[in-house]
Design a protein around this ligand. Structure first.
Ligand code: PAF
Length: 285
């Protein structure tokens, strides 16, 4: 596995591969890898295998511009050695580990903003977050010029926004959505889980229970209001859960449905102590 610590090294590595006709898959991450990320690498590899073979690059970059002033940038978990071991174990071909100054020039004046999708839902809770995400993902696409890039469904709004951005800007990359990987008790895998206290870790299973219940209610023909109330009540049974938002949106464009006529996505954001967890589930009426 090649380790590229600068943009120049990454470009050189890719140039060599491209000269030999390889296709390229990118898996953008912020490190602190877990099985959810490894599923992205495996999915990217499967796509390449089905399209004549190629190389998988994983980027590890804790992107400062997607953290707000009061957010946990300094506390974001970093574990490079373990990340590299995990990536080797799934046959990743190269890791891009840039420094902040590689990605952000000191007097940069350009950013990418997905106006509608970036300002709603988590974009309201975390102003500027999606501008940081869209900008860094565009830069990673420009540096690596992948044929395909894998993103987890767990960050559903992020996935929807990246798809919109790629379509709007004619970026020639296929976006591969990858289903959420869960712990045995249903908790969605997240780098943030390791910051939960044991009590909060146990309490956080309420998210998956609430989503299971809501999914069943949608399938059984309940009203939007009933599903929303059911989620609120289920989350309220857990005193350690501080619910930040409950949203039920159209699964394609995240618009607000008036009734269940098409697939919806249920989006939850809940704090446990100072850790904000998100989870989602697509439900079919
Ligand atoms: O999902 C993430 O880990 C990040 O938002 C991403 C896509 C790597 C951009 O920094």
């Amino acid at each position: 596995m090649q380790i590229c610590r600068s943009t120049q090294a990454m470009r050189e590595c890719i140039r060599n591969w491209r000269q030999n006709g390889a296709q390229l898959a990118l898996v953008p991450t912020m490190g602190a890898l877990h099985e959810g990320h490894l599923a992205l690498v495996t999915r990217a590899r499967a796509w390449l295998d089905a399209h004549g073979g190629g190389r998988v690059v994983t980027s590890i970059f804790v992107n400062p511009t997607q953290f707000g002033p009061n957010e946990d940038l300094a506390k974001y978990p970093r574990d490079e050695e373990n990340d590299l071991t995990l990536l080797r174990s799934v046959g990743c071909d190269a890791v891009f580990l840039p420094q902040v100054h590689d990605i952000y020039r000191p007097h940069a004046q350009t950013h990418v903003e997905v106006a509608g999708l970036g300002g709603m839902l988590m974009g309201e809770l975390r102003p500027g977050h999606f501008r940081g995400v869209a900008t860094v993902v565009t830069k990673l696409f420009n540096i690596t010029q992948p044929d395909v890039a894998a993103f987890g469904e767990k960050d559903y709004q992020q996935l929807t926004l990246i798809r919109q951005m790629v379509a709007d800007l004619d970026i020639p990359v296929d976006i591969l959505p990858v289903p959420t990987v869960r712990e045995a008790d249903g908790l969605a895998m997240s780098s943030r889980n390791r910051r939960l206290t044991p009590e909060d870790r146990a309490a956080a299973t309420v998210l998956a229970r609430a989503l299971d219940q809501a999914q069943a209610q949608v399938a059984a023909g309940a009203t939007l209001q009933a599903v929303h109330d059911g989620l609120r009540d289920m989350l309220a049974t857990e005193p350690r859960a501080d619910t930040q938002s409950i949203d039920i949106r159209d699964a394609d464009d995240l618009s607000q449905p008036t009734a269940f006529s098409r697939p919806v996505v249920i989006l939850l954001a809940v704090r446990f102590g100072d850790v904000l967890l998100i989870d989602q589930r697509v439900a079919h009426p």
